[in-house]
Design a protein around this ligand. Structure first.
Ligand SMILES: Nc1ncnc2c1ncn2[C@@H]1O[C@H](COP(=O)(O)OP(=O)(O)OP(=O)(O)O)[C@@H](O)[C@H]1O
Ligand SMILES: [Mg+2]
Length: 543
């Protein structure tokens, strides 16, 4: 079906093409730019074009696709870098060089590569929608192949195939393919949601110990300019104990994405495999079209859910959600919608909740548990955490890692404010770490928090009376607390210390707290504070 362009305002194009549906994907103009129908009127439809509309002219043709904006889901997504429309950046570069031309197309999946299928079903068996019918090896992962259509299997062949070849067929003649398209805005189905119980170990002491995240949980990382959001997100992407990582560079700097790429190519995971083997990168950097940024989150999310559906633990990271919300605001403004708070559309909170709710632990259609966790950076302008995006995220997030400008200025990294951050996942995480890592994990944590809180209060007193005016036991507390902040909470992402396993986390904090406990004892025994502060020579025993 073909129509015509009626008017053009930036990336918003009004087209005359009867029969279009909301969220349908359309191809706009002579260059066939990808776009999505965002509003329907009686005599025209409004389309948001994902690519640069410079040079687009009136009356150029528009064609409908009869399908919603979709991603291709199948083997071969891992290790690749896509743009917000799931075009492989390597393929685009091969076609047109480093500068992406308009209207270029690149498939999300490669048909060049051979895969070896092991059938999990026999001919004659019933296949439910979403149920795996075969498996294949994608890197070290067992990739389960499923089909969104149900039916009885007529044939299914084992062995080598390419993605453009059917691997079997249903009795009604529907070919069985090892990939399928999925509309990005539609959450992938599961049997039911389960309660998250397993901690997601990040290797960041401050997080694992004070503000743990669970597999299937959602954490937001709000922080002002330069407070370390990107470094923290990338550190988590590198070290998190998950099977698959989907990282979306959303409206941030291109060079950070390039840095991530070259770093991941060299780094290895705990099992010694290249980190890129478990990673999918979606790049919609600040110089790429704004409209595609809005959809890039959904493109990435659908790929993350696809791997979750294989019973895997998937981590979704986005840097940053604020840039995504800004894209939403820009689109909304160009559609002349009624603005809400700070110009964001009135549906900002529900749209955000809509995609954050796609996180969680689920029982997949195959009956196995799979998890999708999220760590989302938020960059509130002027580090004002009362602004709408931070507040909307806060309502749905389970963990809140507030990055403090003052700490970042003092080079305390990660600059997580321990007084204002929180995690609602405390209980199951504490139980797990206490049972599997250190029998006194919960107790140590309680002591550590107490010490930090007491120091906070003492600091105000010390400002008035001076440190020397404090009692010896208070001076000892301040000294120990400072050591904990410096040697335990600070963790440089660019040194060997970048990853700290929970066992080491427990040992480190135990040593620090032991020093405090024995120090108190020695003070009581009449030893002078100066001798005690000289070193933890006698710091043995338990806190
Ligand atoms: N964990 C860390 N270890 C060592 N240095 C760090 C750490 N976190 C942040 N930094 C330092 O802070 C700088 C800024 O960090 P980063 O780029 O992550 O900030 P950001 O919050 O993403 O900034 P922006 O708001 O501009 O995106 C880094 O270049 C690095 O020097
Ligand atoms: Mg950043």
């Amino acid at each position: 079906m073909k129509g015509r362009i009626r008017s053009i305002t930036g990336a918003t194009v009004s087209v005359e093409l009867p029969g279009l549906q909301l969220n349908e994907r359309v191809l706009v103009g002579e260059n066939q730019l990808a776009g999505e129908v965002v509003r329907l009127e009686t005599d025209h439809a409004v389309v948001q074009v994902f690519e640069d509309t410079l040079g687009l002219a009136m009356h150029e043709p528009v064609s409908a696709s009869r399908s919603a904006l979709a991603v291709q889901l199948g083997p071969g997504l891992l290790g690749r870098v896509f743009d917000g429309l799931q075009r492989s950046l390597a393929d685009l570069q091969a076609q047109a060089g480093p500068w992406i031309d308009k209207g270029l197309r690149a498939s999300g999946l490669s048909v060049q590569r051979d895969w070896v299928l092991t059938p999990l079903k026999q001919p004659g068996e019933l296949l439910a929608a979403g149920e795996p019918f075969g498996s294949l090896a994608e890197g070290h992962l067992c990739h389960l192949v499923s089909s969104p259509v149900a039916g009885r299997i007529a044939r299914l062949s084992a062995g080598r195939f390419r993605l453009d070849q059917p691997v079997g067929a249903l009795t009604d003649g529907t070919p069985l393919l090892a990939w399928h398209p999925w509309p990005v805005r539609q959450p992938r189905p599961c049997r039911r949601k389960l309660t998250p119980t397993q901690p997601l170990v990040t290797g960041q002491r401050c997080l694992d110990f004070l503000f743990p995240l669970l597999k299937g949980g959602v954490a937001i990382v709000p922080g002002g300019f330069g407070t370390g959001k990107t470094v923290l997100e990338q550190a988590i992407a590198k070290f998190a104990d998950v099977d698959v990582v989907v990282y979306v560079g959303c409206g941030e700097r291109g060079n950070e994405m390039a840095g991530l790429l070259s770093e991941f190519a060299e780094l290895e995971d705990a099992a010694g495999r290249p980190l890129m083997e478990r990673t999918i990168l979606v790049a919609n950097t600040s110089n790429m079209p704004v409209v595609a940024r809005e959809s890039s989150i959904f493109t990435a999310l659908s790929m993350a859910e696809y791997y979750r559906d294989m019973g895997l633990d998937v981590l979704f990271l986005a840097d940053s959600i604020s840039r995504w919300a800004e894209a939403l605001r820009e689109i909304s403004a160009s559609l002349e919608e009624l603005p809400g708070e700070e110009g964001y559309p009135t549906y900002l909170a529900s749209r955000l909740a809509g995609f954050i709710e796609r996180a969680g632990v689920v029982e997949t259609l195959a009956g196995t548990p799979g998890s999708l966790s999220m760590v989302l950076a938020v960059s509130p302008p002027g580090a004002d955490f009362s602004e709408p995006v931070t507040q909307a995220c806060l309502r749905v997030a389970g963990a809140f890692y507030l990055l403090d400008t003052a700490l970042a200025q003092r080079r305390h990294f990660p600059a997580i404010n321990w007084a204002q951050s929180f995690s609602l996942y405390d209980e199951p995480a504490l139980e797990y770490f206490t049972q599997t890592v250190h029998p006194r994990w919960a107790e140590l944590r309680q002591h550590c928090r107490q010490l930090l809180l007491e120091e906070e209060a003492l600091r105000d007193v010390a400002e008035v009376v001076g440190k020397e005016g404090l009692q010896d036991r208070d001076r000892l507390l301040m000294q120990c607390s400072e050591q904990i902040r410096r040697d335990f909470l600070c963790q440089n992402s660019f040194t060997e210390d970048a990853f700290c396993p929970p066992s080491r986390t427990a040992t480190l904090i135990e040593e620090q707290l032991n020093f405090y406990r024995t120090g108190l004892q020695r003070l009581q025994d009449g030893e002078p504070l100066e001798t005690i502060l000289k070193g933890p020579a006698d710091a043995t025993g338990s806190a």
